[in-house]
Design a protein around this ligand. Sequence first.
Ligand code: ZN
Length: 216
Amino acid sequence: MRNIILIAAPAAGKGTVSEDLVKKYNYTHISTGDILREMSKSEDEFGKNLRNLLESGQLVSDDIVYEALKRRLLMDDLDNGFILDGFPRNLSQANEYDKILKEVNKELGVVIYLDVPKEVLEKRITGRRICKECGSTYNVLTGVNTPKVDGICDKCGGELYQRSDDNAESFKTRYQTFMDKTYPLVKFYEDRNILYRVRSLDPVETFKEVERIIND
Ligand SMILES: [Zn+2]
């Protein structure tokens, strides 16, 4: 299968699409956060340095992320294609990614942008409620997954709560960061004719569209 870069604003549905691709097509899911955590467990020099860095709570530099990504892309479990999730986040990372791909001799594949109107994203985030007992998620604003009884989990009767960062203010900040830093990648990859925009409203329709792209 063709490799995929997924670009999506917060709550645009990236998690669901990745999961479905892994399940149905056996893609390997690569997120830089996971790679860093994974590699910090290894006993080589790189792993030890990474462990110290993460434990001290310092910011991991781009160079270290690049090195970790390169190491990950050299592993032998990627023959079936991989999904890159959360990377590149900006133009300079995208340029570096081109270099990395050359070094490891891999194809970039296709770039899928999950397109969702800002108002919908905001409702998905500010309307999200989570069950204290079983972790099921609901939404009180979108009309999808509305709890049957206000404030109560359908599945287990537990109490629903709102995560403290699921508010309008923090959504605005996260969305703006995405638009400023990451959204320019859409044009960047569009100019290379490898970008596909997928309207991501209904999960079933979204996945069908993604399947059409990767099977093309
Ligand atoms: Zn529950």
